[in-house]
Write a protein that binds this ligand. Structure first.
Ligand SMILES: *Cc1c(COP(=O)(O)O)cnc(C)c1O
Length: 229
């Protein structure tokens, strides 16, 4: 199947999940996660109608993006080290993985002299897994508050999570609901209305959409299984 054909299936499933939960399909952005795939695949996705691309490694995006001819909004969906922050700002339009004040401060410092305001999502470790990136649920409001007070060149637009992997997507539903509740709470406490929710991947995006996802990040279901890298 081509990417275009796969995208048709994804859009149908998003529309069905929206219908089940009383949402509008237009409120869900599909981020095509193109990690491990070449620039030509990014272009194929853009030709198929994808307008947002996700990469999880700064270095990989740096190698690939110059060869991409299609126009898209680029999201960083993987962990960001402070020493890669400048490269990330050069490559990405939106950073989904801000998870600590030191990183926010580094981004702010790099942006301080300019007019550019970079939209960010705060990555939350909803499943509380030791090895996972993300701020603890109890600390999201503090991180958002820090950015509001000290990082005028960053705009907090939503929360993002990568929940614990489950082979039954229904078991991931509570994590998605948790992120939605957290966003409502942080929104109230910090005066941030309408925070987005980046959650849901190839195996569980239908559940994530039912639980309110506004951004779904899809790799394998659009491009097939990834090879080893
Ligand atoms: C790879 C990746 C995805 C896409 O995963 P699939 O299971 O291939 O859909 C989504 N989010 C993040 C953060 C990723 O690293």
């Amino acid at each position: 199947m081509s990417v275009a054909e796969r995208l048709v299936v994804v859009r149908q499933r998003v529309a069905a999940a929206c219908a089940r939960s009383g949402r509008a399909p237009g409120d869900v952005t599909i981020v095509a996660v193109t990690k491990t795939h070449p620039a030509a695949t990014v272009d194929e996705a853009v030709r198929a109608g994808i307008d947002t691309v996700g990469e999880n490694r700064v270095q990989e995006a740096a190698g690939k993006k110059p060869a991409v001819t299609g126009t898209a909004t680029w999201h960083l969906v993987g962990p960001l080290q402070r020493n890669k922050a400048a490269d990330a700002l050069a490559l990405f339009d939106l950073i989904e993985t801000v998870d600590r004040t030191a990183l926010a401060d580094r981004l702010e410092h790099l942006l301080a002299d300019g007019d550019r305001i970079v939209p960010v999502y705060l990555q939350v470790n909803v499943s509380g897994e030791e090895q996972k990136h993300g701020v603890a649920p109890g600390e999201v409001a503090d991180l958002a508050g820090h950015i509001l007070d000290h990082c005028p060149h960053l705009a907090v637009q939503g929360l993002m999570t990568v929940p614990r992997w489950e082979d039954d997507p229904e078991r991931t539903r509570p994590a998605f609901a948790r992120l939605r509740e957290l966003a409502a709470d942080v929104g109230r406490r910090c005066g941030l209305a309408g925070l987005g929710l980046s959650m849901g991947m190839s195996d569980d995006y239908h559940v994530a959409v039912e639980e309110g996802a506004t951004v779904i990040r899809l790799g394998r279901t659009l491009f097939g299984e990834r090879g080893v890298r």
